[in-house]
Every structure is written in C-alpha cells, then in structure tokens.
Design a binder for this molecule. Structure first.
Ligand code: AHR
Length: 324
C-alpha cells in the first residue's frame, strides 16, 4: 500500500512536469468566449503606411469602425517599411492583444513573426495584400483579388487599343502582393498585339509616379499609346508629367486601379479611360471576423472582396457619393 502510494505520487509529479514542458498550443477563443463582445476586443493594426488615398481610406475605416463598435485599437504606421511592421507586431504580441490584422507591405518574410504570434495564441488576419507564408500561420486573408484586378485592367487596355500598340506600366511597391498580382493578371489577359515596352515602380505614390512617367516620356516620346498604372495616386502624378510635356487627355490611354475620388476626377477630365476598383473599406468585416475568432468560431481562410470597373460616363454621377 505504502509503495503504491509512492508510485501514484511519482506518476502525478511526472504528469505535471510533462504538462509544464509541452509546447504551448494556440488558444482557440478568448477567456470571454463564447460571449465576447466588441467592447472586450483589443485589436492591433500595424498599418503599412500612408502612401495613397486608398491607404488613408483604409486607415479611416479601421479607426472609425473601432470607435463605433467600442473596439480598443492599437494602431501604428510603418511608413512602408517591413521592419517597422514587424516591430509593431512584436509590441502587440507583448501587450497580449486579442487579434492582429496585418496589411503586409510586401509578400515575403513574415514566417518568423507569424510563428511568434501563433505561439503566443494570438490569431492574425492578413488584410488587403497577400503573404507567401504558409496559410497555417494565420487565421484568414481578406482583401482584393489582385490578379483579377490585373486581368480586368488588361481587358480594358485591349478594348482601348483594338489595333494594338506600345504601353508602359507604372507598377506598385516592388514585392507587394498588390503589384505582383496586378502585373501577373495583366500579362495573363493582355492581347499579343500590345507590347509592354517598359515597367518601373512608382511605389504607389503621386510623388514617385510623376518622375517615372517623366522618364518614360523622355525615353519613348510619342511611341507610348497606353499606360497601365497600378493605382490612382501614381496616375495623378503621371498625368501631371503628361500635362507638363504638353499632352492632351486621351493621347495616352490610361487604365488605373483603385476607384478613389482622385481617379474619378481624372476620368471626368478625360485622362483616365477605366478605373478598376480596389475596395479599402474593410474595417467592419475584419472586426466581425476577429470577434468570431475570439468566440472560438471558425472563419473562412480566404475572403475576397467583390469589386467592379468604373468608366468616365459614370464618374460625374458617382463622384459626389464616393467615400474615398
Ligand atoms: O494594396 C492596395 C494598394 O495599396 C492600393 O491599390 C494602393 O493605392 C495602395 O497603396
């Protein structure tokens, strides 16, 4: 009897020791599950920057919705630097937030910090652009289908240049899911009689888009029939360069992406012939997904935003009610 008691004690000690050494498992749900409310949520959003009107609208969507719902938002601006986004994520992990929403500036290089979040039991929702990391490292990706946006852009360019021609591409941030996807989709659908004679990045900003177009115009002159521009802010910069070079609206056919007020104005003024929508207003959907995660519910691994293409004929009517 005495020996049995000793053995039972030993088994208990061993069990406790093994439990303490086991690798921590990712928690499913928060301590308030299954009744967590938005007011229980601490949500981390390490925004990638403020490079465009699209980004400003995306930030506003997260801030305003958090205010409306009572979510405590930890927001930061990484100024288009991946290392800043990673530091901000680490700070949020330390603060034991409930959920992280990550809009990744580039696709590669997220494995380590995503693993750190997973080990800490904090689910990550990838927002807007995609990552190349294995999808077991994050809860979901919600955003636009960037390849489809590229395909739609090519369809518009094919329509605008039925007899073919030479075009230039002003690409978004190098290595970003948005730029990679749009470039890929565009090449998938572009007609064989249209040649992309040059492609340079303008980093999704007006300030960098303008000199890129200036350089294109200097190098190729009136050889350029069309321009595929990965966002409206770079289109604004490109049009400034075209005006300075004495070009008229329509001399170069432009297909842009985003559907911001600035893009609509360019359509009204005759400079842009089609604007492929990319919707930044993701706050409400992302917070709803985050709440489901806190309550231990499963969410879709991939959620693609429903989008369209806008044309100059609609611009006048739609511009006054555009939210961004
Ligand atoms: O990832 C979405 C893209 O990023 C938008 O097209 C662009 O305007 C933004 O900077």
């Amino acid at each position: 009897m005495f020996r049995f008691k000793n053995l039972a004690f030993l088994v208990l000690i061993l069990t406790l020791a093994l439990t303490a050494c086991a690798a921590p498992e990712a928690e499913v749900g928060s301590s308030c599950a299954p009744n967590c409310e938005y007011t229980d949520m601490v949500f981390c959003y390490p925004q990638l920057g403020a490079e465009s009107d699209w980004r400003t609208a995306n930030t506003a969507s997260f801030k305003e919705t958090a205010g409306d719902l009572g979510v405590r938002l930890i927001f930061s601006d990484a100024q288009q630097k991946q290392e800043n986004q990673i530091s901000a994520m680490r700070s949020c992990i330390q603060q034991e937030v409930d959920v992280i929403g990550l809009p990744p500036v580039v696709e590669d290089g997220w494995e380590t910090v995503l693993t750190e979040a997973q080990d800490a039991g904090i689910p990550v929702i990838i927002v807007d652009r995609s990552v190349t990391a294995d999808n077991s490292l994050y809860a979901s990706h919600i955003g636009s289908d960037m390849v489809l946006e590229g395909q739609r852009s090519a369809d518009e360019m094919n329509r605008l240049l039925p007899d073919g021609g030479k075009i230039v591409e002003l690409s978004g941030t190098t290595g970003s899911g948005a730029a990679v996807g749009r470039a890929e989709g565009f090449r998938m659908n572009l007609n064989d009689n249209i040649e992309i004679i040059d492609s340079q990045t303008g980093n999704f900003t007006t300030a960098e888009g303008k000199p890129v177009m200036e350089a294109f115009l200097k190098k190729y002159g009136d050889e350029i029939d069309g321009a595929f521009i990965h966002n409206d802010n770079m289109a604004i910069g490109a049009v400034e360069a075209m005006k300075a070079a004495g070009l008229q609206p329509g001399d170069i056919k432009i297909v842009s992406v985003d559907g911001t007020r600035g893009g609509f104005q360019l359509m009204l003024d005759g400079w842009v012939q089609a604007d492929v929508e990319c919707n930044p207003l993701l706050g409400p959907q992302v917070y709803a997904m985050a709440l489901d995660l806190m309550n231990g519910k499963t969410i879709d691994r991939e959620v693609l935003t429903d989008e369209t293409v806008y044309y100059p004929e609609q611009a006048g009517e739609l511009l006054p009610s555009r939210k961004y």
